[in-house]
Design a protein around this ligand. Structure first.
Ligand SMILES: Nc1nc2c(ncn2[C@@H]2O[C@H](COP(=O)(O)OP(=O)(O)OP(=O)(O)O)[C@@H](O)[C@H]2O)c(=O)[nH]1
Length: 301
């Protein structure tokens, strides 16, 4: 008797949602490795991060799109376009909401954007650990009234609750297809990008609310030295002198701490001893300069 083996399924899936709803946390929970940056401040995820989830039956390639919102600057505008072009091309969209935060203008705006495309949307109700179970039903009703979701899955990205179910649901929407990436590959971004994001993450954590999210980190140089140590040189761009002062800190203390913490993570990432050198530069109003944006690698694909 011949047994028919289920065909391998694969495809691309976008994760969208208001800033801070837990997109990076979910991505990391699904992929099981720290590739997207987590922060308790909004909008730290600027670039698409491909996380790849592979089993014997399927491969899901996740695109972690920047938070969709009404653009207020050229950078916002850029992010919107990048997010939009992604949404029409994927097999499914995970629309994450924060059940503890309530339906807001940001969610309504995203739903209005979703109505313009045909891609199936899975409503992922995140942070269920923060509300009573009976609070979920009214939220489901509220969202169902606004959009015809393909699936609705309540989860806690932080605790991992129901994330396995979510993965099963996603696979249902994938067509038969090849394994795009090797099973052990979790991200297709160059290491430089992840290093820059690690440095950004440390700055945002250590400076609390004092520097805006407008900072950018650019890796200028990355090479293995003769002694086997990896040299990484990075520039932190800020918009004002005052922000430069905050990041450097008293007698350079804060920058030193950023460097130490980022270096530790970079060493784990690269599996190699690392020497990290950081500079802080002021580039006034860089968010509104297209050329500067391009220099920093924010390209429209
Ligand atoms: N209690 C709880 N907190 C969560 C959960 N998921 C994420 N968080 C927290 O919410 C905050 C934001 O999470 P992120 O994963 O950085 O959110 P994000 O959507 O990627 O944010 P941006 O990159 O700004 O778009 C962090 O402090 C997380 O620890 C959850 O299921 N439960």
């Amino acid at each position: 008797m011949s047994e028919t083996k289920a065909k391998f399924r694969s495809g691309f899936v976008a994760i969208i949602g208001r800033p801070n709803v837990g997109k990076s946390t979910l991505m990391n929970q699904m992929i099981g490795q720290k590739v997207a940056i987590m922060s308790d401040k909004p909008q730290t995820t600027r670039n698409k991060i491909h996380g790849v989830y592979t089993t014997d039956e399927a491969q899901i390639v996740f695109l972690d799109t920047p938070g969709i919102h009404k653009p207020e600057s050229k950078l916002g505008d850029y992010m919107m376009k990048a997010a939009h072009s992604t949404l029409g091309e994927v097999e499914a969209i995970l629309f994450l909401i924060d059940v503890a935060a309530g339906l807001g203008g940001g969610d309504r705006y995203i739903i209005s954007q979703l109505k313009e495309i045909d891609t199936p949307v899975i409503l992922v109700m995140n942070k269920i650990d923060q509300v009573q179970p009976e609070a979920l039903l009214p939220i489901i009703t509220q969202y169902k009234d606004l959009y015809d979701f393909a699936e609705i899955v309540p989860i806690s990205a932080l605790q991992g609750n129901n994330v396995a179910t979510l993965l099963e649901q996603i696979v249902k929407y994938l067509p038969e297809g090849p394994q795009y990436y090797p099973a052990d590959q979790v991200t297709d971004h160059p290491e430089q990008f992840v290093c820059a994001e690690l440095i950004r993450e440390k700055i945002l954590h250590l400076t609390r609310e004092e520097v805006p999210h407008s900072i950018a980190v650019q890796i200028e140089d990355m090479r293995v030295q003769d002694n086997g140590v990896v040299y990484v040189g990075a520039v932190i761009f800020v918009e004002r002198d005052s922000q430069k002062g905050i990041i450097i800190g008293k007698k350079g203390a804060l920058l030193k701490q950023v460097g130490q913490e980022a270096r530790r993570d970079i060493e784990t990432l690269l599996g190699s001893k690392t020497f990290l050198e950081l500079w802080v530069k002021v580039k006034k109003d860089w968010r509104n300069r297209e050329q500067v944006l391009r220099d920093l690698g924010y390209r429209q694909e």
